[in-house]
Design a protein around this ligand. Sequence first.
Ligand code: ADP
Ligand code: MG
Length: 327
Amino acid sequence: AQLANQIAAGEVVERPASVVKELVENSLDSGASQIDIEIDKGGHKRICIRDNGGGIEKDQLALALSRHATSKISSLDDLEHIHSLGFRGEALASISSVARLTLTSKPKSQQQAWQAHAQGRDMEVQLNPVAHPDGTCVEVIDLFFNTPARRKFLRAEKTEFNHIDEIIRRISLSRFDVSFSLKHNGKLLRKYPALTQQTDHLKRLGAICNKDFANTAIALDSHYQDMTLSGWIAPPDVAHQQSDVQYFYVNGRMMRDKLINHAIRQAFEGVIHPDSSPNYVLYLNITHNEVDVNVHPAKHEVRFHQARLVHDFIFRAIADGIHQYFS
Ligand code: ADP
Ligand code: MG
């Protein structure tokens, strides 16, 4: 079991930042409104994610650590309309095969919190009662301690932390209603409080991107058939002076996709210098059965059933936004 998990881990767990991504997504899937992340030494020493979500019942803890155990889909049909971020049931099993992982959880309905960790070659799960508030805490210690080949690929502490920081930025821009904090080596470096008012969203945008982007951003809100594109683009005259701000979300997941990039570039054509990159934080929402996110485990790619239609909608929405700004 451990070997299979370690092989799977190769796909899911590339570096500390990918562990953080999987764990924070689990917290979001659990309905958490607050997620606190602690990192030690760029994450290879320790990653700890605590949430106030729904938790895991005692008798589900061992299952959560086993491969292909997901509470999120029950049939192949469900793959057609995935609303949760995770669905493969591989993350916890993979991570616990390449690190020392403890999973601590207390659902509201339970008096006692329980802690689970898998040990040995058979990944036998031990359960202990512990003190813990409602929610879940996942602690990952000594990442890649048993896979020297992977450990060798770890970069400097600072580099790994920067990757983690970027993951948290991405995720924070997808959920303004959730509060996030990030500590590195005991120091609180990021705090993004939950924002309930849409008009406050620019605050987080300013904290995460840069002040200029937030101050000069043009808001978009376009609809066509069952598609919505909202968010912000930066006016071209500022865009080329700032570090890139390029975030595109499809149904709440951040994507990097050729089709999307092409549509954006095309919309900015003629208004920005050909060597500079457009800046944007955009959210595309589309009916779930029009899009296939099950393309790659890293889930950065997306396949639209009506690619041309989506492309032209994105292009038009941005081009209109740019046009309105200049008229
Ligand atoms: P997936 O997210 O694909 O379902 P994971 O391996 O990431 O698979 O998680 C396995 C299961 O453990 C989830 O389906 C969920 O039931 C449970 N789980 C993991 N993390 C949390 C959490 N933070 N809060 C509540 N449940 C969790
Ligand atoms: Mg998951």
